[in-house]
Design a binder for this molecule. Sequence first.
Ligand SMILES: [Zn+2]
Length: 696
Amino acid sequence: MRLRPRLRYNYIKLVVLLMSCGAGLYYYIASTANTLDKQSQIIIMERSIRSVANQGECRMPDLPLDNPEIMKFYKEVNKVDCGKPTDDWVMCEKSICFVKPEVLALHGDVNCFYTDIIRKNDFKSRYGKSLRTSEPYVLQESDFVKVFCTASDGSSWFGMAFGIRDGVEKSIKHKPIPPPLDNANPINVLDPSNDLPSYFNVLMFGFDSLSRNAFIRKLPKTYEYLTKKLGAKILTSYNIVGDGTPQALVPILTGYTELELPETRRRVSNAIAVDKAYPLIWKDYEEQGYITSFNEDIPNAGTFTYRMKGFDQQPVHHYLRTYYVEVDNILSSSSAFCAGHTPGHMIMLDYTKNFMAKYSDTPRFVFSFHGELSHDSINMIEAADDDVVAWFEDLQHKNLLDNTILIFMADHGNRFSEVRSTLQGKQEERLPFFSFTFPESFKKRFPREYQNFVENSDRLTTPFDIHATLKHILDLQKVTNNNDAFYDNEDIKTSPKQHFNIQVSDLAKNRAISLFDIIPKNRSCAEAYIEPHWCACLNWQQLNVSIETGPLLKAAGSIIATINTATENFREYCEPLQLKQINWAMRLTPHSALLAFKRNADVDGYMAEMGDNTHTSEVVYQLQIMVSPGDSLFEASVYHNLETLSMHTKLTEVSRVNKYGSQANCIYERNPELQDKKESDQSSRNRLYFIYIYCF
Ligand SMILES: [Zn+2]
């Protein structure tokens, strides 16, 4: 059987998807044969979450961007080529669709038939009446149209177009939104001169399967723009809580795990549609007067439709799925990564931008999640780098990021088996890219919350926290003048939901913390509700100094060599240091469960299959040593490369833990200008010398 290019491509994608998700027939049969009921699965899961190995402050591994073990999988790719801009004749801005001027210039007068594509359900559409016109066409029944055009030069074109239809806003019950309020300075309340907005839009845009490191490697321009131009804050310890897209997005969008939520799996007989079963965050936004949009491509692998039943009613006001479903029918001969002559990722970027532009005076919540480029390839996402930057520039230029919280994110890291077979690959999979960019108006209106967010950005966080944060954004806007208890903390916590018949355990109740509150620095994976095999944090393992003498003496030697090298320039005044004793030592290692995790044991990604033997290439030691002369105590981390067997200490990671008193006076007196210096790099580096030095 010969498949048309796009169908063939989709077929290959589906096969790869099935394989990459570990969801082969064998596992399907094996898992359905011994399916445990969801409650028992939760009990097993929570037992491992509570385990001793999962306790203790999270210390994230140092994952170098240029690790050759990972870099060997990366290669450059070309941009997606779908043809010339004039190959597609019609485009829409907001609700107006028209023949592109450059097409008119090329072909003369153009007449088009426009036919609305109307959603029936998540899998089927119907066509509305066709209208023939040479004038612009206004979208009213649907955001999507099928178009056939003929030109006076005899040529013709057939394709699809998308925009944001008119008339949706009228259907919305707007709730009154309270006036601006500056919670740090209540005197400013109601002060019209402060000109702060009464609501903030949420623009969440994500890519499938991009770890934080992969994002920086493959989208360097996007990363640069986000961090340098937009001032994005990156969540550097954001850790997944399960395998695959639904396990990442369901907790973000509902605050619950799939196991806790009512049954929505298609193959289970009493399952119900997702909109009836899940308390989705966009509904909370809709209730507070927001216009909403949720967009996903790859319709045959949608988060809520691949295993789940999908939505009965259209879940949001503007829903791009209907377009993508119809692309597979109408434009099935498109080349890979294209719909007609437009790259698939451009469709999502443009639709999202159009949505932001259409409702410039109304609160907006949009979540667009693109999978086609990155789901099956570690490299293809690079093709979108320039386009995303241009999109940011355009959004900024049109003031569409004003009063908008931009969340640029991914669900999990790369899941390709070759990458995952390396330790760093496994760790990166657990640490997806996640960033928030706040507009200046938010920082002014909620300075305390913003400050907390900044503090939290390197602390252990999860999808549950993102959900709490999205709720908190709404709650902050409900502020009244009487404002100490200015939001309902209980509302943000994970709690049972009667309407949806959702029960949660006591352990689950405290798992979510809004990023605008304070996340404890010493938060453990157990506290954050992360199972040990998903937890990327490293474990400190206490070592017996008298038994593990060999590696520990070498590690202590590395610390002392580092210090002695740093004091070399002062050798005429100060003594080289020597090891007197090792007081204690610990080894930092990945969770044994992480090393042993192989893949999902079931088709739904609920349970894990263990038995892998992941190779570790680096071990980190932490030691406290006493040196002579002077009996100084130092603590330091030492990195042991298991391939080269070398040990390495960073000078900045050596701390003196007892008083150095007058031991360094010979240097201190020779550098009096250092005494008054405030925190500059140079002076703090010089100050470091004092803790190392023992004068002759
Ligand atoms: Zn995914």
